[in-house]
Design a binder for this molecule. Structure first.
Ligand code: TYD
Length: 135
C-alpha cells in the first residue's frame, strides 16, 4: 500500500496543558495552502468517496476519532485517527472514505493546494482507470 504515512507530532506539554505546532515544510512535507475541518458529523455518516489527481493532505482528528479507508486500486486499508498528535499524510492516487466519526470528532485537514473541483475523481471506476494509466 503506497503513498500514505502516519506522522507523530510533538506535544509541547507543560503544567498548563498541551500544544502542538505544525509548520509547513518542517513538520509536514509541503507548504499549507488550505485548512478545512469537518465537525458535528451526524451519526452513521460516511464522507469522502473520492481521489485527487494532485493534492497532498494531512488529516488530524484534533478531537474525538474517525476512521479513514484508503484504497490504492489494489488494496483497502483502514486507519483510525484517534489522537491530536497523529497525522495521516496522503498523496498520490488514493481513493478515500471517512466513517465512524465520534459525535465530538473535529477532523482538521491541511492541504497543499487551494480547493479545485477539477482535481477530484468522484467516480470509483474512473479512479480505477486512472490507476491503470498511472502504472
Ligand atoms: P465534499 O468534497 O463533499 O466533502 P468530503 O468529500 O470531504 O466529504 O465537500 C462538501 C462541500 O464543501 C462541497 O460543496 C465542496 C465544499 N468544499 C469547499 O468549498 N472547500 C473545500 O476545501 C472543501 C474540502 C470542500
Amino acid at each position: 500500500m503506497a503513498d500514505y504515512k502516519l506522522i507523530d507530532f510533538q506535544i509541547k506539554g507543560d503544567e498548563r496543558g498541551s500544544l502542538i505546532a505544525i509548520e509547513g515544510g518542517y513538520d509536514i512535507p509541503f507548504d499549507i495552502k488550505r485548512v478545512y475541518y469537518i465537525f458535528d458529523t451526524k451519526k452513521g455518516v460516511e464522507r469522502g468517496f473520492h481521489a485527487h489527481l494532485n493534492l497532498k493532505q494531512v488529516c488530524i482528528a484534533v478531537k474525538g476519532s474517525c476512521t479513514f479507508v484508503l484504497d490504492d486500486g489494489k488494496r483497502r486499508e483502514e486507519i483510525r485517527l484517534d489522537r491530536p498528535n497523529k497525522g495521516l499524510f496522503i498523496e498520490g492516487l488514493i481513493w478515500r472514505e471517512m466513517k465512524d466519526f465520534s459525535p465530538d470528532c473535529v477532523l482538521v485537514v491541511l492541504a497543499s493546494e487551494h480547493y479545485d473541483e477539477n482535481d477530484y475523481i468522484r467516480d470509483y471506476n474512473k479512479f480505477l482507470k486512472e490507476v491503470k494509466n498511472d502504472s
